[in-house]
Design a protein around this ligand. Sequence first.
Ligand code: 48H
Length: 272
Amino acid sequence: MEIDLKGIPERVITQTIIKHGLNKLLDISCVDVVIVGAGPSGMACAYYLAKHGIKTLVIERRLSFGGGIGGGGMLIPAVVVQKKLRDILEKDFGIRYIEDEHVLVVDPAELIAKLATAAINAGAKFLLGATVEDILTDKERKRVTGVVVNWTAVTMANLWVDPLFIRAHVVVDATGHEASVVRIAAKKLNAKIEVLGEGPAVPEVADDLVVKYSRKVVPGLYTTGMATAAVYKLPRMGPIFGGMILSGKKVAEDIIRELKEQKEEARTELTA
Ligand code: 48H
């Protein structure tokens, strides 16, 4: 067999990856918003934040996007979305659907791919295969100021490798049913937070409640999606995804407002 001497030498592959990969890690070491979890609510939130020019990083434990979308309902490859999201699906994400009598039917693979594409095209960065294992706080332990992160492979292998820190003005817990960031905050912050655990399934009311309760939990920490349901014992809704997208959008709007107010306060202090 002849060796192609014009092929790319191995050192080029390695050095290019290290140079660009480490530059990316350097760039994301300090951001405006860290979203933990690349499920539907996290990716929708990332899209609306990044579209607004906010430096946004999504950290996902797995090597792929989508969270619970890919499993559909009992692994059947169709998910449903409320009709009121027609415009959002079409205009914001370019997601196609089948108009059924009561709901819109969406292909899970398309929902995953297009939520991720929209967020990335808007400027959000993703770090895959990384697990948030702790939070950063201010000295008084009253405010969340970032996350502590390690490679999932390290966490799974139970190796003692020290993690690294990512600073952020705001952290969003989009970890779904686990609400893992709020659970950590409940243990470590000087604040009264409790994770009550998800309530039973009541699809008729669950979506509206999850959107309503998706908000700031403590300074520097918000929840979106099923993490919100887990914190406040809200009912679950099953494999209908409109509430997840609207919850991500609502939290993004709250954060945009908060960051704008913070900037205005800082400007007033400077000019005073
Ligand atoms: C990094 C982490 C960590 C961590 C977890 O479960 P998700 O899809 O979450 P949501 O809330 O966007 O969507 C929920 C939806 O998928 C669902 O399950 C519904 C609607 N259920 C209704 C019902 O009745 O059951 O995604 C969460 C993501 C996952 O990809 C995790 O891997 C990731 O977060 N994650 N990433 N660090 N510590 N913990």
